[in-house]
Design a protein around this ligand. Sequence first.
Ligand SMILES: [Zn+2]
Length: 171
Amino acid sequence: MPIRPENKHRYPADWQAIRVRILERAGYRCEHPGCQARHRQLGYWRDDKWVPLPRALRDAGVDKPTVIACADGSMLKVIRIVLTIAHLDHTPEHCDETNLRAWCQRHHLRYDARHHVATAWRTRHAAAGTGDLFGAEPSAHAGAHLGQTALGGQALLSGQSDRAGVDLGAA
Ligand SMILES: [Zn+2]
């Protein structure tokens, strides 16, 4: 989840270098088992699997996050993957590489939600002042709805703002 302002001082001074090192270790792909979503890649989620933007959509001019109305009436939400660095133990000071994972929005949020239920309300209330962890993307509110719905699965991610880059699925 985004770095809360009150936690910013807990990150080491060389955090940006650490972040790049972990991204490079990951080959700029999400390290969640089976995900492999590539940093900055466009695509969409279908049945909880990442689908890189098909050639046909690229040829049709899709070159940024958007929502496409499909012929069957469903909506296809194209997002851009932004890898962020997670601390497995949720301790910003603990930057041993074994404690860090490069994860896409979906897998980072899911992990944090499962382990941060007790503090989810703080994230909601602090969302306005965050934004570091998700880089340049305007996705500071990614964690805003955590804890309001059932944890895990699609329900967790429903209701996320578009700016979070989290797909709602084509269903
Ligand atoms: Zn992922």
